[in-house]
Design a protein around this ligand. Structure first.
Ligand SMILES: Nc1nc2c(ncn2[C@@H]2O[C@H](COP(=O)(O)OP(=O)(O)O)[C@@H](O)[C@H]2O)c(=O)[nH]1
Ligand SMILES: [Mg+2]
Length: 454
């Protein structure tokens, strides 16, 4: 069994993910009222973290050693780090703090982001004398975390802060506590649900017979499947004797060399955010922009544009109609058409979107005022009233031209108000909806690296 990471160009992946995060932020800013508050907060936190992680580049892969007290995280950290890392003056791993080792490149910015104390940072210089396995680890930033089951609340808080920031989680369990309920329910299930890239090691196998080691590995594999981690192989290792560490090193090297694990972790975070958002979306419904011409016509008529056009026609035929009285619209009429528009624009969407669209577009009073102003300032055609002998020959053609021109001018004045005040804000909300909807469908045909059991 091994984990395979398919290499992808990490930079183009980063660009694509960056755009996706930006779209999600814009969507959330436009439509956050449609999202339940606890989901909204979670999604904004995710957006912040993804932006920060992408800004730091995906050349590094953050691997976090996580697990319960005494499972052997620190021992395994030391074993992977090796003697070369024993830098005088650098503090040894302790339970209360995060300790970090970076292979090959300095990772100052990343370690600052992770809030790892400067005295708890090791650096491993890699040169051509190193084994291939070691060279493959270039770019890895390994973190030794406090215990997730620590009695100290600060330690648990540190774990809860850092685990979501890791690109790859390396779960360390031991033969006594591998079935620990808290580990499975609080961490492994969540990691699985969020599709977080994970590896699991069964440490301390030197304390078991070979037969028992396999039996425990199998049982652990079964428990992981219950957690939803069907794709994650269990690696039996001993941090004390070094047994199995070559396999673990190779797995880590494969993951780190692909350099897309960080991007994959961000992608998984976005998928998780999308899943949280899916409750605020309707499966299979695409919002549709209602008929703009219809809205223009009906509001123009309600404001008296059609009546004015008829009057213009009558005047062109010779009637003594007055065309100078201002056009008026009632707030009630504006509000009625506006609500019909909102209904049509949110047909099939969850009810919260109705309010979001209603809030985004101009209200009835504003529409009334702005439409009346626009109609007062419209370049109405001058209609000559034929008199005397001319009136006898006034043709139907002149009347119909006067009517048509008046309608055109009135409707285009109405349209000029409705486009920025109603149509464009509705389109913006629809785009926000689509951006969120797209996100909930990211799992399908995911392009990035993935761990697969062989
Ligand atoms: N026999 C054996 N003991 C181990 C192994 N790894 C760690 N230990 C011991 O388990 C205890 C806890 O280890 P530590 O690394 O501090 O665990 P942590 O709390 O997860 O960081 C220490 O006494 C270690 O020496 C191992 O692979 N085999
Ligand atoms: Mg420790």
């Amino acid at each position: 069994m091994s984990v395979q990471f398919v290499p992808l160009s990490p930079r183009s992946e980063t660009v694509v993910l960056g755009e996706r995060v930006a779209r999600l932020r814009a969507a959330m800013e436009w439509a956050s009222e449609a999202i339940p508050p606890h989901v909204r907060d979670h999604v904004f936190t995710t957006i912040d973290r993804c932006e920060e992680r992408l800004a730091l580049g995906v050349d590094h892969t953050i691997v976090a050693l996580a697990g319960g007290t005494g499972s052997g995280k620190s021992t395994l950290f030391n074993a992977l780090v090796g003697r070369e890392f024993a830098v005088p003056g650098v503090a040894r791993p302790t339970t209360a703090h995060v300790t970090a080792a970076s292979w090959g490149t300095e990772a100052t910015e990343l370690l600052d982001w992770l809030d790892v104390s400067p005295v708890r940072r090791f650096e491993r210089v890699i040169d051509e004398l190193d084994d291939e396995d070691e060279i493959n680890l270039a770019g890895m930033v390994l973190l030794d975390l406090p215990d997730h089951d620590s009695v100290n609340a600060d330690n648990r808080e540190t774990v809860d802060r850092v685990v979501p920031m890791a690109d790859l989680l390396l779960w360390v369990v031991d033969p006594q506590k591998y079935a620990d309920h808290a580990l499975h329910s609080a961490y492994l299930e969540a990691a699985s649900r969020q599709q977080r890239p994970s590896l699991v090691v069964l440490n301390q196998v030197d304390r078991l017979s070979t037969e028992d080691a396999w039996a425990v590995s199998r049982d652990l594999q079964r428990l992981l499947a219950v957690d939803g981690m069907t794709q994650v192989p269990v690696m039996p290792v001993s941090a004390r004797t070094g047994q199995g560490l070559d396999v673990l090193r190779a797995e880590l090297g494969g993951a780190v060399a692909a350099r897309s694990v960080a991007a994959e972790a961000v992608r998984a975070e976005l998928v998780d955010a999308g899943r949280q958002l899916s409750g605020a979306l309707a499966r299979g419904t695409e919002p549709v922009l209602p008929d703009v011409d219809g809205l223009v016509d009906v509001l123009a008529r309600a404001a008296g544009v059609d009546a004015r056009a008829d009057a213009a026609a009558a005047r062109a035929r010779g009637a003594s109609t007055d065309l100078s009285s201002p056009l008026r619209l009632t707030i009630a009429a504006a509000e009625r058409e506006r609500l019909d528009w909102v209904d049509a624009a949110t047909a099939g969407l969850p009810p919260t979107w109705r309010q979001v669209v209603a809030d985004a577009i101009a209200n009835g009073e504003t529409l009334k005022q702005d439409l009346e102003i626009a109609l007062a300032e419209a370049p109405w055609p001058a209609i000559d009233r034929p008199s005397g002998i001319k009136a006898l020959f006034a043709r139907a053609g002149a009347a119909s031209r006067a009517k048509k021109k008046t309608l055109e001018v009135g409707r285009s004045a109405v349209r000029a108000v409705l486009v920025p005040e109603v149509v464009e804000p509705t389109e913006t909300i629809h785009q926000a909806y689509r951006a969120m909807d797209e996100l909930t469908q990211l799992d399908v045909g995911k392009p990035a690296a993935t761990g697969t059991e062989q």
